[in-house]
Design a protein around this ligand. Structure first.
Ligand code: SAM
Length: 236
């Protein structure tokens, strides 16, 4: 059984996702009680990708977060460093470059793309797992064209402290217990609750986007702040 720790050692993180890849999407639906689909629709609206645009979905995993951008004709690069996650998605779509989604193996800290390649970049439930968040935000900026936009979908913190603590305690006990029924890698879901509790709140994350060079930074809460969408634009 493999799980990452809060130091987010890249080899541990990649191995953990390789280990849960087969049941990853099922568990997302189960553990979020189907809310993940609502969050994904909000991301698609926020990115507003149109026909002819090229979108980077970083930490794309199986590509479930990538596929919806193709609905209006955008092309998507689904990039991740877990080959297991990429493979599950590619098999589901029938190939590594199918239905508008092209899979590329790569590390968020050294993206395998030239400067200003993308019209929009996005990352769903991935940034929290990256071992150097600020470097990933700078890399995302580098590969985005001037005028291009960033959308981050990530777990957040409920703005009322007492509720946030109660929610966090609930995740800590419920996630591994429920996950145990569906996967032999339930420890990965203990990591999930720990990494959510350890993640900066929405205001602090917005500050880090600005520090990394993103402009017009804003966020909006989903599910009372349990999830947040952060946006930014590359202005120079
Ligand atoms: C929780 S999954 C999210 C997958 C997908 N975006 C979704 O919304 O379902 C997090 C993903 O981040 C990837 N990841 C973590 N650190 C990474 C890094 N440094 N470079 C590329 N991918 C990374 C993991 O391999 C994993 O597939």
């Amino acid at each position: 059984m493999t799980r990452a720790e809060l130091d987010k050692k890249p080899t541990d993180v990649a191995a953990m996702f390789d280990g849960i890849a087969g049941r990853y999407d099922l568990l997302n639906d189960v553990l979020s009680l189907g809310q993940d689909r609502i969050w994904r629709r909000a991301v698609v609206r926020a990115v507003e990708a149109y026909s002819g645009e090229l979108v980077l979905d970083l930490a794309a995993g199986t590509g479930t977060s990538s596929e919806p951008f193709t609905a209006k004709g955008a092309r998507v690069i689904a990039c991740d460093f877990s080959l297991g996650m990429l493979q599950v998605g590619a098999e589901r779509r029938g190939g590594a470059s199918r239905r508008g989604v092209t899979v590329v193996a790569g590390d968020a800290l050294r993206l395998p793309f030239a400067d200003e390649t993308f019209d929009a970049v996005t990352i769903s439930f991935g940034l929290r797992n990256v071992n150097d968040v600020d470097q990933a935000l700078r890399e995302l900026l580098r590969v985005t064209g001037v005028g291009g936009r960033l959308v981050i979908c990530e777990f957040g913190h409920i703005p009322v402290g007492v509720l946030d603590k109660a929610y966090s305690a609930c995740l800590r006990s419920a996630l591994p217990a429920v996950a145990r029924r569906f996967t032999s890698n339930a420890d990965a879901y203990a990591y999930l609750s720990e990494s959510i509790a350890d993640w900066p709140d929405q205001r602090a994350l917005a500050g880090r986007l600005q520090e990394a060079g993103w402009s017009e930074v804003a966020w909006r809460n989903l599910s009372m702040g349990a999830v947040a969408l952060h946006r930014g634009v590359r202005r120079r």
